[in-house]
Design a protein around this ligand. Structure first.
Ligand code: PLP
Length: 385
């Protein structure tokens, strides 16, 4: 783009990688539904050969997401889990990863039930205290893997402090930025070496496609991940790439509204007499409210609250009407879920107890419907308790 200064976030979301099609002038990036690309002669092509290696729709999305997160490349994968698996494929048997202990449920499943069998080693710590990370780093540690805010307890980790601790020991830091999106949190600016997203959530934003991305800061990472795309093949289809290109155009306005609604709903729940506790970084009573204000430019719309028991949670979840009882998050519609039996069932009762996930907890991804409608719905559902 021909700007003197780097355009702002909302402009890059709409225009970076999303320039009109040079051949036809189409303002939207075409879905290049082509598995192969004609070569002019042996050894001469237009930059594309075979769609597992690269596809023009995918290249545009990768440019866009690299720009939004402030990285140099952003290889996209078939899902968030495929992206996380790709990061781990950069390491080998005997390598050690220090990971947060309160994570998206699928991550410990991948680490413990798949990668541990290949000889990778994992240590789980509460990364909200950087000293726990420092203590866990060993001679064979290659990566520190952090989700902030965490799922579902909304605990924060100090990205800048952890990045410092990692870099002093020549270890890389990867941050899962799914809950905040690059609009509210810029981990690379704070020192992270890689950022991962489930694009399924806020980046796409419409609950209509799975995807994942790893944003890189170093040439070696970008080359290795491009090789993993080609070698292992868990790439994102052109149609899904197009959905995300379309979704990110409204990321800035969606996040503003998610954040506004999130604050209202969190305050409403905090005042509600049927609710025992609310976990939301935008409430002054959140133990890391100060860090939230320093590290994030908004608080987002992910809220967890305590209803007191499994039966209370069950009763209220049965009554919701505007909110949809479903896994996932980050869509325009409000989604409500029960971590203990849904997203975090695989952890087992003991695993959940260790990190503080109770049977009475309910997680809500506040959408961008009229916020009064969302609060009225929660109010009538909570009356069942
Ligand atoms: C959903 C999610 C994932 C996994 O992503 P998929 O696209 O479902 O594979 C990873 N991390 C976080 C924080 C998530 O919310």
């Amino acid at each position: 783009m021909k700007y003197k200064n780097r355009p702002s976030f909302a402009t890059r979301a709409i225009h970076t990688g999303q320039q009109p099609d040079p051949e036809t002038g189409a303002v939207n990036v075409p879905i290049h539904a082509s598995s192969t690309f004609v070569q002019q002669e042996l050894g001469r092509n237009k930059g594309y050969e075979y769609a597992r290696v690269s596809n023009p729709t995918r290249s545009r999305l990768e440019q866009n997401l690299a720009s939004l997160e402030g990285g140099i490349a952003a290889p996209v994968f078939a899902s968030g889990m495929a992206a996380i698996n790709a990061i781990c494929s950069m390491y080998r048997s005997g390598d050690h990863i220090v990971s947060g202990h309160d994570l998206y449920g699928g991550v410990p499943r991948l680490f413990n039930q798949v990668l541990a069998d290949f000889g990778m080693e994992f240590t789980y710590v509460d990364t909200s205290d950087v000293r726990n990370v420092e203590k866990a780093i060993r001679r064979n540690t290659r990566l520190v893997y952090v989700e902030t805010p965490t799922n579902p307890l909304m605990a924060l980790s100090d990205i800048a402090a952890i990045a410092n601790a990692c870099h002093r020991r020549k270890v890389e830091l990867a941050v899962d930025n799914t809950f905040m999106s690059p609009y509210f949190q810029q981990p690379i600016e704070l020192g992270a070496d890689m950022v991962v997203h489930s694009t399924t959530k806020f980046l796409n934003g419409h609950s209509d496609g799975l995807g994942g991305v790893v944003v890189c800061t170093k040439k070696e990472q970008a080359e290795k991940l491009a090789f993993i795309q080609k070698a292992a093949g868990a790439i994102l289809s052109p149609f899904e790439c197009w959905l995300i290109l379309r979704g990110v155009k409204t990321l800035a306005v969606r996040m503003e509204q998610h954040d506004r609604n999130g604050r209202f709903v969190a305050e409403f729940l905090a005042r509600h007499r049927k609710v025992k506790k609310v976990f939301y970084p935008g409430l002054p009573e959140h133990p890391q409210y100060e860090l939230a204000q320093r590290q994030m430019s908004g608080f987002g719309s992910m809220i967890t609250f305590e209803t007191g028991s499994l039966s209370n949670a069950k009763k209220m979840l049965k009554r919701v009407q505007v909110c949809s009882l479903a896994e996932s998050l980050g869509g325009v519609e409000t989604l409500i879920s029960h971590p203990a039996t849904m997203t975090h069932a695989a952890l087992g009762e003991k695993g959940r107890r260790e990190i503080g996930i109770t049977d009475g907890m309910v997680r809500i991804s506040v959408g961008i419907e009229n916020v009064q409608d969302i609060m009225d719905d929660l109010d009538q559902a909570l009356a069942a308790i």
